[in-house]
Design a protein around this ligand. Sequence first.
Ligand code: ZN
Length: 218
Amino acid sequence: MSAPVVTPQLTQQSPIKLLTTKSYYAPELRPLEFKYTEVPGTLAGEEFVLDHGGPACHVVFDGMKCPLRKLHFHAPSEHRIDGVISELELHLVHEILEYPDAYPSAYLIVGVMLSLAPAKAGPAQPLGPWLRGHFDARAGGRQEHRVDPTIYLPQDRAYFRYEGSRTTGEHEEVVTWTLLRDPMQVKGPAPLLLDPETDRLVQPLMRRYVLRNFALIA
Ligand SMILES: [Zn+2]
């Protein structure tokens, strides 16, 4: 008689709720080094895909150079930080080239919470013409743009870190998530044209622990 087949369960799913007081300070977590430059890419559907895989645009994660492959938005945010649902969540999808094929986490996705400032607000980052194109692109077609994703990064890059999954498709558990703690205020059109059905509901934490690279201020 053969051994019973155990169906693998999905136990590291994303998104999740991130709580500062229920995460663990890990001072060993090194800061991410963002080495972004303005790069050409193509808006295809809801994703901005960098031409040539974007090797000029990368982050240094634990000493590894991880190229940015694509970026996209969710409206409203999929992750929640301390109970807050933001108007937009930017996902910067990097590939971890140095991991062997069999290693489960092959992607480092950096998530940034974006809130929309009122039109007349002061120093908020404009979303940029390419993102207006992003909203128009739902009508179809492909558009070429140049983007420097640095403009969407808050000044303080303190982050939460956990192991999780893609939030679309087959929800493969291949993602090292890095969610920046601080939101970024941007100006732009209301994100009504983004399809809220692309947002996934929060998933159970299961056996995981969420880490953070910042201490609590007493
Ligand atoms: Zn996403």
